[in-house]
Design a protein around this ligand. Sequence first.
Ligand code: SAM
Length: 227
Amino acid sequence: MAKIKEKFDNVFELDLGDGIKRIGTKSLVPNKRVYGEKLVNVKNTEYRVWNPNKSKLGASIINGLKEMPIKKGSKVLYLGASAGTTPSHVADVAEDSPVYAVEFAPRIMREFIESCEGRKNLFPILGDANKPEEYANIVEKVDVIFEDVAQPNQAEILIKNAKWFLKKGGYGMISIKARSVDVTENPRVIFEAQKEIMEQNGFKIVDAINIEPFEKDHMLFVGIWNG
Ligand code: SAM
């Protein structure tokens, strides 16, 4: 029988007895897989195993994220939803609170809409994260913005969205992909530069996680918004 321990609010450590460190979320839509993830039933509750190879937030938790800003009841704006792998876990964690998830590629959006089926708190938005004004009539003030867009101006996108939607004292979480900023530069220099942009524009960085070996040259920064 699997052993379950709550690591953060609504994020669980799953011990399946094989020595592999796994995390998971309680499934809001039982019996439904979003990306082929393993489902585990313990005492009439279904958990979805959160694969760190497919989710940078999952990888950050495995790699020692100190505090998880997304909790039960958090309102979240998620930038770069793709087909919904990480957004589906974020929606499980937020539970009955809205997760607004922006994606700009129409083809991927169609897949994402399928993952949202049955998830009453996950709202897909077809939009460009560079233009928050275009979805300002849909998104309310949020507690956390999570960004994973793999664009050259990653930190600027977070700041633009924070100015529109992030509550003062709320959290910005951003996965920085060094190669999207500059393929020729040393990743460490890029991480420092992106961090500095955040610090000079209203964020106090409280955590920084290198997510190797799950993703090469990626860092996740967590900042508190004072802007
Ligand atoms: N966060 C997803 C997950 O963990 O399941 C994976 C995200 S994938 C690395 C990056 C996604 O961001 C792609 O689907 C891409 O189309 C989207 N994207 C890139 N630039 C964007 C923008 N300006 N606005 C909205 N989405 C964007």
